[in-house]
Design a protein around this ligand. Structure first.
Ligand SMILES: NC(=O)c1ccc[n+]([C@@H]2O[C@H](COP(=O)([O-])OP(=O)(O)OC[C@H]3O[C@@H](n4cnc5c(N)ncnc54)[C@H](O)[C@@H]3O)[C@@H](O)[C@H]2O)c1
Length: 305
């Protein structure tokens, strides 16, 4: 399939491009930032975006480009760039004759961690109501609604959005700084760092495999939204123990998160596409980091996910 991937130079985009190319797709990367084989384009510019997509005439669009980090720019800018860029790119892809459109959202749409946050139940599945509490999360709710609106108005095209958990790239397992500037090992050793995202995470290659599985699942429902995350939590202790320490309002709901169970249920993605996450911190962390972790006291470290 001829696939246009926006945000192809980003931490997620690089792995998505690699996995899709390895699966035999003809991949066209688009990004404002330089990347190997990536076409330079400002995807907030409607004319430029329409031109480049009309030239490629992709069968599928994977839209990842965004201001991807909450509070990394002024709130108004995050909201307006993410919402208008998604609309611009989807509109241009539809005009160019695309058949499949998959768009990145974020689990932050649920608003966890806001003052007084107290979930009714955990783990979260896609039926949990959106409750955004910052411009990034709000922009992603609008992006999901944009996808759903196009799905209603354009039944000839299959649409979906997905909510990748905290993305970890291959080099980040080996010590490169993650999106938040610290390492994966720091995040495991200091639970306060991962508590912000409810200990969710996903390997970037697993996200690439989800994208490939969704593209192949041509009969999956249009307008759907999926959590895409690892099967376990990025934590050395069970979340029924850890979550209430950082989110007291989640104490009751966290009782369901015993053992290695994470706070997000990804079974809808498996049901509709056959995708399963294959990687865990338990399989990807190199031996020296595992030794450092074991030395820093971790009762559940080493258990199978
Ligand atoms: N990284 C995570 O943990 C995470 C978690 C949840 C959701 N997401 C979402 O996944 C997607 C990819 O995230 P990422 O971590 O790869 O982010 P990233 O910042 O590494 O990559 C985003 C890419 O988008 C490009 N971009 C931004 N504005 C652009 C514009 N106007 N024109 C062209 N390109 C532009 C950037 O140059 C960058 O290469 C984003 O939509 C993000 O919100 C990421």
């Amino acid at each position: 399939m001829r696939v246009a991937v926006t945000g192809a130079s980003g931490r997620l985009g690089r792995s998505v491009v690699e996995v899709l190319a390895a699966a035999g797709h003809e991949v066209h990367g688009l990004d404002r930032a330089w990347g190997d084989g990536v076409a330079p384009v400002d995807l907030t510019d409607p004319a430029e975006t329409a031109d480049v997509l009309a030239t490629i005439a992709p069968q599928a669009l994977v839209h990842l480009a965004a201001i991807a980090v909450p509070f990394s720019a002024p709130e108004r800018e995050i909201f307006s760039v993410n919402t208008s860029m998604a609309y611009t790119v989807i509109e241009a892809a539809v005009a160019a004759g695309v058949e499949h459109v998959l768009v990145a959202s974020s689990p932050t749409v649920l608003g966890y961690g806001a003052p007084g946050w107290a979930p009714d139940r955990l783990p979260f599945d896609e039926s949990a109501p959106c409750s955004p509490a910052n411009a990034y999360a709000l922009s992603k709710v609008c992006v999901e609604e944009t996808v759903a609106a196009f799905a209603r108005s354009t039944p000839t095209v299959r649409f979906a959005s997905f909510r990748p958990c905290y993305v970890i790239t291959p080099e980040e397992w080996n010590g490169a700084p993650t999106q938040q500037g610290h390492t994966v090992l720091d995040r495991l050793q200091d639970p306060g760092l991962a508590a912000v995202s409810l200990f969710n995470y996903v390997d970037a290659r697993d996200v690439g495999e989800f994208v490939a599985a969704w593209l192949a699942a041509e009969r999956s429902p249009s307008g759907a939204c999926y959590f895409v995350g690892a099967e376990d939590a990025l934590a050395t202790r069970p979340l029924d123990e850890l979550l209430p320490l950082f989110h007291p309002g989640a104490r009751d709901a966290a009782r369901a998160l015993a053992g290695t169970v994470g706070a997000f249920d990804t079974s809808a993605a498996t049901r509709d596409t056959g995708w399963v996450p294959r990687r865990s911190w338990r399989t990807e962390l190199p031996p020296d980091a595992r030794a450092a972790l074991a030395a820093s006291d971790s009762p559940t470290e080493g258990r199978a996910p």
